[in-house]
Design a binder for this molecule. Structure first.
Ligand code: SAM
Length: 334
């Protein structure tokens, strides 16, 4: 993995909804914040600037140049761990990091990952069909070679909401019998061949690339586990802020914070619920970027920030039930 983000071809990631995220944790001076998706360090840098200590995590070792840059300025106030946020509670406790005041997750790919053709995330950049954010596990090319037509179709439908999932899966299986589908260009052209291309419309491979990326990185599983890990780690009063980029993920975060409310809405004759025992309180309305931010950074346009404060309730046991997780029946790929 190269020095992602340091070349002219891969400009640093522009942090999305930064002011809104800072607002959640303000005032930051003296606080300890866990940034579960360090990326280019946009959020972490702003927290440090405002006087906080930060534990940053990222599964992508390619973020190290950004870590070094912030370490030069802020020294020991920043600790970085190359790891996944689904384990953020274990990681922070092993560092003797608790108590923590806040956790932030900015889900998805960074601009450095998307714009670097060699990472294989984008149908716009020719490159190997890799799509791994970390350096382990199966690549997208290996997944396309291994899965059955049915499994491929389920992934495209569940994680890309691709209506033509079956037709695309059938074409992938037919094409891989001739030569492996191991470049972004080959997959993009294959999908274009199946769906055609409307002038001025989105590239027909957009949904399929999203779906494959989610499957390769187990992103739904990571998100749900990350939310529960934050619930276990945060003491009463701590804040969790989550930025997502598509409706499938946003629905999971919304339901995670709302679950108790929805489960509690049983009957008006039922005994009053003990509100002090809630896992989450002060669940805020979602915040979305304004027109100015979208003009400055078009990648912000689909972002949603949700945040809430940890209540006094015991951490709930991990469960995907009621969260609307797509493809939760896809064993081994979700
Ligand atoms: C959208 S970027 C974050 C950008 C960051 N907020 C900033 O301001 O620079 C998402 C980052 O999260 C990382 N990431 C995605 N899923 C992860 C996971 N499950 N665990 C740890 N890091 C993850 C990606 O590698 C990527 O660097």
């Amino acid at each position: 993995m190269g020095e992602a983000g340091t070349s002219a071809h891969a400009p640093a990631h522009v942090p999305v909804l930064l002011d809104e995220v800072l607002d959640v944790f303000a005032p930051l001076d003296g606080k300890l914040i866990v940034d579960g998706t360090f990326g280019a360090g946009g959020y972490s840098g702003a927290f440090l600037e405002a006087g906080a200590r930060v534990i940053g995590l990222d599964r992508d070792p390619g973020v190290m140049p950004f870590v070094h840059r912030l370490k030069e300025r802020f020294g020991d106030r920043l600790t970085f761990v190359n790891g996944v946020f689904s384990r953020l509670d274990e990681i922070v406790l092993s560092l003797d990091g608790a108590p923590v005041d806040g956790v932030v997750l900015d889900i998805g790919v960074s601009s450095m990952q998307l714009d670097d053709g060699a990472r294989g995330f984008s149908f716009r950049e020719e490159g190997p069909l890799d799509m791994r954010m970390g350096s382990d596990g199966e690549s997208a090319a290996q997944m396309l070679a291994r899965l059955t037509e049915r499994e491929l179709s389920d992934i495209l439908f569940a994680f890309g909401e691709e209506k033509a999932a079956r037709r695309i899966a059938r074409a992938i299986v037919a094409a891989r019998q001739e030569t492996p589908i191991d470049t972004t260009g080959r997959l993009a052209r294959l999908i274009e061949g199946v769906l055609g291309r409307k002038p001025g419309g989105r590239h027909p491979a957009t949904r399929s690339f999203q779906a494959l990326r989610i499957a390769v990185n187990g992103e739904m599983n990571e998100l749900v586990r990350g939310l529960f890990a934050a619930e276990r780690l945060l003491p009463e009063g701590g804040w969790l802020a989550v930025v997502t980029f598509h409706s499938l993920e946003d629905r999971i975060v919304k339901r995670f914070f709302d679950l108790e409310k929805r489960q509690g809405a049983v009957s008006r004759h039922a005994p009053a619920r003990d509100v002090t025992g809630k896992s989450w309180v002060n669940v805020h309305k979602p915040r979305r970027p304004g027109r100015d931010e979208i003009l400055r950074n078009p990648r912000a346009r689909s972002a949603t920030l949700r945040y809430a404060q940890r209540g006094a309730g015991q951490p709930r046991p991990f469960s995907v039930g009621g969260l609307g997780v797509p493809g939760s029946s896809l064993r081994g790929v979700a």
